[in-house]
Each structure stands twice: as structure tokens, then as C-alpha cells.
Design a protein around this ligand. Structure first.
Ligand code: F6R
Length: 584
């Protein structure tokens, strides 16, 4: 996590970078800071809190410079304090560094730099002092950075600004970095949306790339493999897609966008899915790997593949090593990740070595997209709210298409996609929105709640519970309704609430489970196509053939959003979280 953006060029860097860093705030919002190269030397401003507040407090928009580096932090090493905010500087205040990643051997390096004055508890600070140390012995900025790159262990990308030097130097190791090639100068950033207003020409950097950026040019050298070539890509991203539109929060905008995105899918080129399906068909076992919300997509995909006669196993990245001894070269991996940079998955890539990998990924140019043999681009567009909504739904729809194509059911899949899109128009009608409001009102004061479902609905219960925990801070536990009687039933009193998803396929079986819950006087919020006696509150869903799961998914997202708002929480920036989890 953490977001980096830097610019070196002919224009004033400050307005560009203030605007740019706001588009990276999803990567962390514990503190914000910048280092600005002025005639009076490098000026560093930083503090804890949200970007706009720090900008205002230190009048950063009144500064002016052609070169600067900006950073937004999600704390890993060192708590959330002003001293631990980036940039970090060397003893002389001549070298400033912003960093995204973790330096595993920082303690060892710090003790080596014994005479240097350290002021923070972060791992990042060793970077500034290592560069300073080398430059003291006569190294140029780029050779000092090259040396530093060779000394650090772990996944770390960083940008270094040096007083009186026309160049800044960026290095990518693990964490994402992308170059933006504008007419007026060069950007280097954690993500494309941060500079898309100025250019859509980008170079996705590879691990080991070191970039020297001066006012008029950039030069890339790969420190690991000299033969790596760099392609300039033209990114298709509209500036209007970056804002909140008419909505109060990014999360609401992203929930509401789903209808259009799903409709567009009907005219999307699905040749990558077709190719991937051919691989799946030949596989001995399909392992579907994901984390958090994306793991729920993996579960959904694996279940559907198994129901269609394929041998499919959902695995969380951190568990993959335990499968090592039973893997065969004939096994295929499906990697699901919105960001394409989740450390738990990246760390498990070595286990997948030698096997074919299909990526179901939303961020183009990300590490996992790059590692995939076949890439299915989820096409959700930039997702800015920390809680994943549209990327979950789009990934789940793509994995359903993949499973059904592999099962030889392409025609049925496309027919049901169309049916789901038609029925979607009836999903968010006023009476349903009011029902969600009522449910949010009822559950907002709870400390704990269950989410119940059977079969596929249980996977949606897991997703609904995760969303509620994440943005409404209510302990939510998803349980397969079939297993409720094996223990959890003991917890039910007249104060117990459960949200239950009842699709037509599970209706017959789950109703008995719900009777057991009701007999203990528990309260039920039912999400179903029709009301039932056992529901205390009812939210109507629609059907969509094999894509029916999309309907409760959207309702559960809205329930979490509305509950969060009723508790006066900002759902876009839930406490302690950041969007891309690049630590193990
Ligand atoms: C929850 C959420 C997280 C992510 C998880 C994996 O709303 O967003 O659980 O799903 O951190 O992230 P990706 O999909 O980027 O690999």
C-alpha cells in the first residue's frame, strides 16, 4: 500500500501532484507528505490526517516547483505519527525519499549506518541514509540508488529527490510503479489515474527498473535484466470516470455503476475467456486463488466448476504452499485480484511456477496481470472505495462465464447474462431502496449479526458479512444455514439478527433452518424473490438464471453502505484499511 507520485518537467509540479495524490488516497490515508525542490533547497511538509487537511494546514498549494515527490501512507513499520510520515530525509536534508513496500533487512542496514541520525521508526528512512552515505563517497545520485537497490531485501519501490540535482530517480521492486509521459514532463506514480488528466501514454515498469527522470527526458535501465524492453501503452481511461459523479461517495458510485458495466459485458470481446476455457477443459485440477473479497469469487467459481464436473479447488494465497506436494504440471491456476498486487498472492507465485496461470484482474499493468499467461480483464474501471464492489461482481460474472464456457455452455451463459441484465432494471426500485434503508436502520445499533445462506447463497453471505464488517464496523459472521444447528444455534435469543439470502434454488431446504432460528425468537432480514412468514424485514431480489447471484450481491453492498452512512462512517475510507494489501 501507500501511494507515490512524482513529477519532473517544465510546468509547476505542485497543482499536478496535489490533484494526482488525491487519486491515490485509496492506497492509504494515515498521513500525507511531500518534498519540493525549491531554490532554497528541498522543503518537506508532512503530517498525519487526510490529504486535503494537510495541504490546507501547510499551504502546500501556495508552493511552486518544477520537481517534487508526494506520498500518502498506510502504516506498516512505525505508528501513525508526523515523524513516520513520508518523505524521509537524510542527515543533511539533501536527499528525500518516498517509498511503497517493506524493507525486510532495515534493522541490519540501520545498524550499519550507525553514525547517521534517524528520526522515525520506519524502514523507509534507511533508504535516504544509504543514498546519502554513497553520495558522500562520490557516487552520483543514480549509482547511489543502484547500490541501495542492491542492498535492500523485500518488495520496495521508491523515488529519490536530491537537492540541486536536475534528476530524480525511481526504482521498482515489487510494488507497482508506472511512468506517465506528458508533453511537459514525466510522472512516476503508483497508479495511472493519478496523472491521466495530463497524459494517457504510460510505461508499466518492471521489477528492477531504475528510471532517471530529468526535466526533458527519462531513461530506464533494468538492474536485473538488461534485455528488458519497454513499451509505451495508450491507456483508455476517461477523466470523468475518476470522480464521484452525482454520488456522495465513491462506494455508492461504484455500486450504481454495476448495471451499466454488466450491460456492456454483452458486447465485450470474450476471446480471452474462450482461450482460458480451453485450458480449463484440459486441466487435471483447477486451483482458484484469491484473497478477501476475491477469494469469495474463487469459491463461487470453484463451486460452479465442480457442479459442471470439473475438479476445482478454491485456495487463499497463503495456503497455496500446502498444496505443493500434490501439484501436477497439468494443473491450472486461476488468479483473481482486483488490484493485481496483493502480497499473499504474489508470494504464492513461486508455487505456480511451471503451471499455466489465468488472471482475472482489474488493474492493467499490475504484477499479477503481467504474470498471467492468459489475462481476463475484469473491466470494472478504477475502483476507488476501499471496499470492493463492482470489481467483485464483474470478477464473479467473468468466472461464471469461464466455468460455463469450459463446460460447453456458452450459449446458455450468454442467454442468462442477457436475462440478468433485463431483470436488473427491476432490482433497485424505490420500494427496495426503502426496504434496505429500514434494514440498515434496524441493524446499525447491533454489535454482532449473522449472515446465512446455503450453497451459492452461503458464498454471498460471506461477502455480505465482509462488507458490513469493513465499512460499518459490526461483527458479522457468515454461516452455512445447513450447519447452524451444529452449534451456533445456541447463540440465538430474541436479540439475535441474521440477514438471510434465499434464492429459489435453496428455498426449500433453508426454510427449515430458518424455522429453527425463529423458534429461538431470532430476527430475520430476508433477501429473496418473495416474502416469507419467517422474515421480519424483507428485501426483494430478482432472478437472473445462472447470474442470479449478482442480485443479492448488489443488495448486500447497499445494505453495508447504508448502515455505514447511518452510523456516520465514511465508507470510502474505513479505519485501519487500505485498498491494496501489499504486505504479508
Ligand atoms: C474487501 C476487499 C479486500 C480485497 C482483498 C484482495 O472489500 O476489498 O478483501 O478483496 O484485499 O484484494 P485484490 O482483489 O486486490 O487482490
Amino acid at each position: 500500500m501507500c501511494g507515490i507520485i512524482a513529477y519532473n518537467g517544465q510546468k509547476d509540479a505542485i497543482p499536478y501532484l496535489i490533484d494526482g495524490i488525491r487519486n491515490l488516497e485509496y492506497r492509504g490515508y494515515d498521513s500525507f507528505g511531500c518534498a519540493v525542490d525549491t531554490d532554497d533547497g528541498i522543503i518537506v511538509k508532512k503530517d498525519i490526517g487526510r490529504i486535503d487537511d494537510v495541504v490546507e494546514k501547510y499551504k502546500i498549494n501556495a508552493m511552486s516547483a518544477k520537481r517534487a515527490i508526494f506520498h500518502t501512507r498506510w502504516a506498516t513499520h512505525g505508528s501513525v505519527t508526523k515523524d513516520n510520515a513520508h518523505p524521509m530525509v537524510d542527515c543533511a536534508g539533501k536527499v528525500a525519499v518516498v517509498h511503497n513496500g517493506i524493507i525486510e533487512n532495515w534493522e541490519e542496514l540501520k545498524s550499519e549506518l550507525g553514525t547517521h541520525k534517524f528520526v522515525s521508526d520506519t524502514d523507509t528512512e534507511v533508504l535516504a541514509h544509504l543514498v546519502e552515505e554513497r553520495m558522500k563517497t562520490g557516487d552520483s545520485l543514480d549509482s547511489a540508488v543502484r547500490y541501495t537497490f542492491g542492498r535492500i531485501k523485500g518488495s520496495s519501490s521508491f523515488v529519490v529527490l536530491n537537492k540541486g540535482n536536475d534528476e530524480m530517480v525511481a526504482v521498482k521492486k515489487g510494488s507497482p510503479l508506472v511512468l506517465g509521459l506528458a508533453k511537459s514532463g514525466t510522472f512516476v506514480s503508483s497508479d495511472v489515474p493519478s496523472f491521466i488528466k495530463h497524459t494517457n501514454k504510460v510505461i508499466y515498469l518492471n521489477d528492477g527498473d531504475m528510471v532517471r527522470i530529468s526535466k526533458n527526458k527519462y531513461e530506464i535501465t533494468n538492474l536485473i535484466d538488461k534485455n528488458i524492453r519497454h513499451k509505451i501503452n495508450t491507456v483508455n481511461l476517461a477523466v470523468k470516470d475518476l470522480g464521484k459523479g452525482e454520488h456522495e461517495h465513491f462506494m455508492l458510485k461504484e455500486i450504481m455503476e454495476q448495471q451499466e458495466l454488466l450491460k456492456n459485458l454483452e458486447s465485450t470481446d470474450l476471446s480471452a475467456t474462450q482461450k482460458a476455457a480451453a485450458l480449463i477443459k484440459k486441466a487435471r485440477t483447477v486451483y482458484l486463488v484469491g484473497a478477501g473479497t476475491s477469494f469469495h469469487v474463487a469459491r463461487l467459481g470453484a463451486r460452479l466448476m465442480r457442479d459442471n464436473g470439473m475438479n476445482a479447488v478454491p485456495v487463499q494465497g497463503q495456503d497455496l504452499p500446502s498444496y505443493k506436494k500434490i501439484l501436477s504440471k497439468k494443473d491450472v491456476f486461476v488468479i483473481i485480484s482486483q488490484s493485481g498486487e496483493t502480497a499473499d498472492i504474489i508470494n504464492s507465485l513461486s508455487v505456480m511456477n511451471g503451471n499455466k496461470k489465468i488472471g482475472i484482474i482489474n488493474v492493467e499493468g499490475s504484477k499479477l496481470a503481467y504474470e498471467s499467461d492468459i489475462l481476463i480483464n475484469v473491466g470494472a474501471g478504477p475502483e476507488r472505495a476501499v471496499a470492493s464492489t463492482k470489481a467483485f461482481t464483474l470478477s464473479a460474472v467473468h468466472i461464471t462465464l469461464l466455468a460455463l464456457f469450459a463446460a460447453g455452455k456458452k450459449k446458455e451463459a450468454l442467454r442468462d447474462l442477457n436475462l440478468m441484465n433485463i431483470n436488473m432494471y427491476n432490482l433497485l426500485v424505490p420500494s427496495v431502496m426503502e426496504a434496505i434503508d429500514r434494514a440498515a436502520q434496524r441493524i446499525k445499533g447491533l454489535e454482532s449479526i449473522f449472515f446465512l445462506g446455503r450453497d451459492y447463497d452461503y458464498i454471498l453471505a460471506l461477502e455480505g458479512a465482509l462488507k458490513l464488517k469493513e465499512i460499518a464496523y459490526i461483527h458479522a459472521e457468515a454461516i452455512d444455514a445447513a450447519t447452524f444447528k451444529h452449534g451456533p444455534l445456541a447463540l440465538v435469543t430474541n436479540k439475535t439478527y441474521a440477514v438471510v439470502i434465499v434464492s429459489e434454488d435453496t428455498k426449500k431446504d433453508i426454510m427449515n433452518n430458518l424455522q429453527e432460528f425463529k423458534a429461538r425468537k431470532g430476527k430475520l432480514v430476508g433477501i429473496a424473490e418473495s416474502n416469507a412468514e419467517s422474515f421480519d424485514l424483507f428485501i426483494r431480489m430478482q432472478s437472473g438464471g445462472v447470474f442470479t447471484f449478482v442480485m443479492p450481491t448488489i443488495l448486500l453492498q447497499l445494505l453495508a453502505y447504508k448502515t455505514s452512512r447511518q452510523k456516520n462512517i465514511d465508507p470510502d475510507y474505513p479505519r485501519s484499511l487500505a485498498k491494496s494489501v501489499t504486505v504479508l
